[in-house]
Design a protein around this ligand. Structure first.
Ligand code: ZN
Length: 240
């Protein structure tokens, strides 16, 4: 039995699946991987992206932050790919219980997924740093928005609801993800090298039967897995 057949068999026999995905899930929609060779982190800017995408930089150089943010992180024009779509279908059938993602592009929800733990937040949400009023993506990415968007109610500065460097993850999101992973029968980990926090820590909570890793390259967790598939996600999920 080849790997894809084995993958299909596990998915067919399991009705408590959790999917944990990294940047590789979105690259097949055309969204650049932050950390890949040709990704965002190797492009030229006045400051390195890790600096621009930090809390300190947002507070001190808000205008420059927004310039970069709009230029590089505006993913609202992108569409879900076959992996997003198949995961939403599995949830619809009651087989998949949750998606845990490191991506902020909202593509799982765009594909129809309901239970999504967004560890690093979402570009679709923004909030006033003073009164916490929420604003949609058009308020930041729209053509006629201010260089620094401010709250219509109190004048406070609007911040994207994404986790910047130096910021902690949302407790509720993390505990929800841990609960889903620790209760899952099957965990699919895909499109992540598993070297970056919090991915490496979260999958340690898995106590289930089938750990499946899908990644182009090998990961430090390959030996723990029941099934390792080194292929593109699209190639795997299109066969489900
Ligand atoms: Zn406000």
């Amino acid at each position: 039995m080849n790997e894809i057949e084995e993958f299909k068999k596990i998915i067919e026999s399991s009705d408590n699946i959790v999917f944990f995905g990294g940047a590789g899930v979105s690259t097949e929609s055309g969204i650049p991987d932050f950390r890949s060779k040709d990704g965002l982190y190797n492009q030229k800017y006045d400051y390195p992206p890790e600096t621009i995408l930090s809390h300190t930089f947002f507070v001190n150089y808000t205008k420059e932050f927004y310039k970069f943010y709009r230029d590089k992180l505006n993913a609202i024009k992108y569409e879900p790919n076959i992996t997003h779509i198949k995961l939403a279908e599995l949830e619809n059938k009651g087989k998949l219980k949750a998606v845990v993602t490191q991506n902020i592009d909202g593509l799982h929800q765009k594909a129809g997924s309901k239970k999504v733990y967004e560890l690093h937040g979402s570009i679709y949400r923004n909030y006033c740093t003073k009164c916490k009023t929420f604003y949609g993506p058009e308020y930041v990415f729209g053509e006629d928005t201010a260089e620094i968007p401010t709250c219509t109610k109190c004048g406070g500065i609007i911040k994207p609801d994404v986790v910047l460097y130096e910021e902690g993850l949302d407790d509720e999101v993390v505990s929800g993800a841990i609960k889903a992973i620790s209760e899952a029968e099957t965990l699919i980990v895909a499109g992540t090298s598993l070297t970056v926090y919090p991915a490496s820590g979260l999958i340690r909570y898995f106590r289930g039967k089938n750990l499946i890793l899908i990644n182009r390259d090998s990961t430090p967790y390959d030996r723990m897995a029941n099934l390792v598939i080194n292929d593109s996600l699209g190639n795997v999920f299109k066969l489900l």
